[in-house]
Design a protein around this ligand. Structure first.
Ligand SMILES: Nc1nc2c(c(=O)[nH]1)N[C@H]1C(S)=C(S)[C@@H](COP(=O)(O)OP(=O)(O)OC[C@H]3O[C@@H](n4cnc5c(N)ncnc54)[C@H](O)[C@@H]3O)O[C@H]1N2
Ligand code: MOO
Length: 417
C-alpha cells in the first residue's frame, strides 16, 4: 500500500525541487496491484509478477549454425583439403540416432542437432560433393559453425525479472522456453477527471469563453499506453462539493486518481481543498516550470495526482512526476528515462532555482553532433509546441541562461513509452 507521511513537504516554505520530491516518493510508494495470469498473446506491456527461470537450456542441444557438412575436427588433414565419405543426412528436428564414427562426414542442415562426437560444420558453399563424398577446404577452426547447447539461455538462469514491463522480445523468449502464460500484475485502475467550468466535451457546441477539454484525452492516452485500466470520469465543474464527492466516489474502486486544472490558488481552484476534505496532500507546488502547482496526496486509499490545467504542464508533469509514481504503483521496476546530452542551438534565459522544461527537436551539426533547437513559443498552454517537438530540453535548477554551444539534457518523448 501507499505509505506517504504528511511531513517534510511544507506548503509555506521554499518550493521543493523535483529530484528530492521524486526520491522521497520512490521510498514511500509500493506496488498496489494484485497478480494474475495472462496468455502470451495478451502479455505485451504487462508487468511481470515473478522472475521467469529457464527450465532447460536454449538451444537444448549443440546444433549446426549453417547448411553443410558436420565432421569431427580431429579427422581433418593438417595443412590441406580433406576428403571424407558422406554417410548420413540430418535435417532440423531429426537426429543421427547413433554416435558418429571416426572418418565420416554427415550432411547437416541449420538447427539440426550435432551428431555426438562431431564438433565442426563446413558451410556447403565452401565444399565440393558428388553425394558420396565431400571435399572440405583447409582453414576452419574447431567448433566452427556450431551453436552450443545453452548458449542463448542456461537452464536455471533468471531470464526475465519480476517488475519488467513485457516487450515483444521478452514474450518471444518466454515462448521459446515453453511458457504458454505468464504471471503478471493486474492492471492499475486509474480514474481521470478534468476540472473547469470553461471546459466542453469535443463534439459539443463551443460558446464564447469556453474551450474544449484536451487534457483528459492526453491523460487517457498516456495512461493507456502505460498499461493502466483507465476510467474516464469526465469534466467536473468548479464547485468544491461536487469535486469532493466525485473524488471520494472514484477512490472506492480505483488505485489512483488523476485530475487536471483547478490546482492553483484562485477562488475557482477547488481541487486542493477537495482532496484535503477526503484525505491529504503530501506536496503541492514544486520548483518546476511548467507545472508548478502539481500536487500529490491521497483520497482515502487511492493515490491522488493533481496536475495543473495548462495542457503543456499536464504532459510535462505527467511524464516527469505522475508516470514514475504510477510505474511504482504498478510494480514496474525500471530505470528513469535517460536524457541525451546535446549541444544547445539556441539562447535562453531562465530563473535560477527551478527546473525548466522547454520543448525541442534535434538536428545534426556539420561535425555530426546532435543539436537541440527550442520550440519558439514557451507558453504552458501552447499544445502545438508538444506536437511539433521531439522531446523536452530539461534545464537544471542552478542554471540561469543557456548559450548556443552549451551542453543541455534532451529527453526524447519516445523514452517515455
Ligand atoms: N495567482 C496565481 N495564478 C496562477 C498561478 C499561481 O501560482 N498564482 N499559477 C499559474 C500556473 S503555473 C498554472 S500551470 C496555472 C494552473 O492553474 P490551475 O491548475 O488552477 O489550472 P486552471 O486555472 O484550471 O487552468 C489553467 C489553463 O488551462 C486551461 N485548461 C484547464 N483544463 C483544461 C483542459 N482539460 N483542457 C484544455 N485546457 C484546459 C484553462 O482553460 C486555463 O487556460 O495557473 C496559473 N495561475
Ligand atoms: O505550470 Mo504553469 O503551466 O507553469 O504555467
Amino acid at each position: 500500500m501507499v505509505q506517504l507521511d504528511n511531513d517534510c513537504f511544507a506548503f509555506g516554505g521554499p518550493m521543493m525541487a523535483l529530484d528530492p520530491a521524486l526520491a522521497l516518493l520512490a521510498g514511500r510508494i509500493a506496488a498496489v496491484t494484485a497478480t494474475g495470469t495472462v496468455p502470451l498473446t495478451g502479455a505485451l506491456g504487462r508487468v511481470l509478477a515473478a522472475n521467469l527461470v529457464a527450465p532447460f537450456n536454449v538451444p537444448p542441444h549443440d546444433n549446426a549454425a549453417v547448411d553443410g557438412y558436420a565432421v569431427a575436427f580431429d579427422d581433418l588433414a593438417a595443412g590441406g583439403a580433406t576428403i571424407l565419405p558422406v554417410t548420413a543426412r540430418v535435417a532440423a528436428g531429426r537426429s543421427l540416432g547413433r554416435p558418429a564414427v571416426r572418418g565420416e562426414a554427415v550432411r547437416i542442415f541449420t538447427g539440426a542437432p550435432m551428431p555426438a562426437g562431431m564438433d565442426t560444420v563446413f558451410m556447403q558453399e565452401d565444399c565440393r560433393s558428388d553425394g558420396a563424398s565431400v571435399t572440405l577446404p583447409a582453414g576452419i577452426r574447431r567448433g566452427g559453425n556450431r551453436r552450443l547447447a545453452g548458449e542463448d539461455v542456461r537452464e536455471g538462469s533468471i531470464v526475465l525479472t519480476a517488475g519488467r514491463r513485457l516487450r515483444p522480445e521478452d514474450i518471444a523468449l518466454a515462448a521459446s522456453l515453453g511458457h504458454a502464460a505468464l504471471a503478471v500484475r493486474e492492471r492499475l485502475r486509474v480514474a481521470v477527471f478534468s476540472t473547469g467550468d470553461e471546459l466542453r466535451q469535443p463534439g459539443q457546441p463551443l460558446e464564447p469563453g469556453a474551450v474544449y477539454d484536451a487534457n483528459r484525452y492526453a491523460l487517457v492516452a498516456l495512461l493507456t499506453r502505460l498499461g493502466c485500466a483507465v476510467t474516464d470520469l469526465g469534466i467536473l465543474p468548479d464547485r468544491f462539493e461536487t469535486i469532493r464527492d466525485a473524488l471520494a466516489s472514484a477512490a472506492e474502486d480505483h488505485d489512483a486518481i488523476i485530475t487536471s486544472g483547478g490546482m492553483s490558488t484562485g477562488e475557482e481552484d477547488h481541487v486542493k481543498p477537495a482532496v484535503e476534505a477526503n484525505g491529504r496532500l503530501d506536496f503541492w507546488r514544486l520548483a518546476i516550470k511548467p507545472g508548478r502547482p502539481v500536487a500529490l496526496g491521497r483520497v482515502r486509499d487511492a493515490v491522488f495526482v493533481g496536475l495543473p490545467g495548462n495542457p503543456v504542464a499536464v504532459v510535462v508533469t505527467f511524464l516527469r512526476i505522475a508516470r514514475p509514481i504510477l510505474l511504482r504503483l504498478m510494480g514496474a521496476l525500471e530505470e528513469a528515462p535517460r536524457p541525451v546530452p546535446v549541444r544547445a542551438g539556441f539562447a535562453h534565459k531562465k530563473k535560477s532555482g527551478r527546473r525548466e522544461f522547454l520543448r525541442g527537436s534535434l538536428t545534426r551539426d556539420g561535425d555530426g553532433a546532435l543539436v537541440a533547437s527550442k520550440y519558439p513559443r514557451d507558453g504552458a498552454g501552447v499544445l502545438s509546441s508538444l506536437v511539433d517537438s521531439e522531446g523536452l530540453i530539461e534545464l537544471p535548477e542552478d542554471l540561469a541562461h543557456v548559450e548556443p554551444g552549451m551542453t543541455v539534457d534532451f529527453l526524447p518523448f519516445k523514452e517515455f513509452l
